[in-house]
Design a protein around this ligand. Structure first.
Ligand code: URA
Length: 245
């Protein structure tokens, strides 16, 4: 329940999180190999708040994925990523009706952008993914108006002035020309409001269609538009392993 302490014996929590049997976990505790909130705990009866405490076994942090939900959605165009909208437009949460937990989008995608969106009820992971210091690469494909020249590659690398902000080095690849438009792939590490659209505007190519295809190693793959799947354990572990830069 919200706000209520979830205290349990340390060895029980460790066992539930898949470290080893409870007996083996007791041994690890007695051997001084377990830290709770940075402090070594050797007493077996110790009770710990399993929702909030940071437990490390032999220096490796345990992930509390009990009751935590991690979802990867292929967001369709025409949905907003905030929970409420003054214009009453549909929100991505409307696509999640069969998930009971209260989950929230991690970061945002524009109403008119489609593609990879993570949703979770894990605030710590949300922080990790969205905090600028983590520098996670986000890759988009965009159909832009006009024929993009190779000089655009250098311009993206050098940074572009969008309003009063200079963008960090980004990469642009020309994938193909479609009639008088260009399909490009763009990778940025930042997440300013409408950043990809503004960067393309800055080189004179209006974005016609925009789709996010990856966040770090997480890929949209062939998930159908409007569909979602749970993240795998290794995907969640990967996100947790992201270091500060
Ligand atoms: N950049 C944009 O311009 N829009 C998005 O939705 C995401 C990145």
């Amino acid at each position: 329940m919200m706000g209520e302490m979830m205290e349990e014996r340390l060895q029980k929590i460790m066992a539930e999180l898949g470290v080893a049997s409870r007996r083996k976990c007791e041994e690890l505790i007695k051997q001084g190999k377990v830290r709770v909130n940075s402090i070594i705990v050797t007493e077996l009866g110790t009770k710990v708040d399993k929702q909030t405490s940071v437990i490390e076994v032999e220096g490796k942090r345990l992930i509390h994925n009990i009751n935590k939900v991690y979802v990867l959605l292929n967001k369709p165009i025409g949905y907003i990523t905030s929970a409420k909208d003054q214009f009453n437009r549909p929100t991505v949460l409307d696509l999640m009706s069969n998930i009971e937990e209260r989950i929230f989008p991690v970061g945002r995608l524009d109403y008119d952008t489609e593609g990879l969106l993570i949703l979770t009820n894990d605030g710590e992971l949300t922080y990790k993914i969205t905090h600028p210091s983590h520098n996670i690469k986000k890759t988009y494909t965009a159909r832009v108006k006009g024929r993009v020249q190779n000089t655009a590659i250098e311009m993206f690398k050098n940074g572009l002035n969008i309003e009063d902000y200079k963008t960090a080095p980004a990469s642009l690849k020309i994938l193909k020309f479609i009639e008088n438009d260009t399909l490009v792939s763009i990778t940025i590490h930042e997440g300013k409001n409408r950043q990809v659209r503004k960067m393309c505007d800055a080189i004179g190519h209006k974005v016609l269609e925009l789709k996010r295809i990856s966040i770090g190693k997480l890929k949209l793959g062939d998930l159908a538009i409007g569909h979602w799947r749970y993240l795998t354990v290794s995907e969640v572990e990967y996100l947790y392993s992201l270091e500060d830069n």
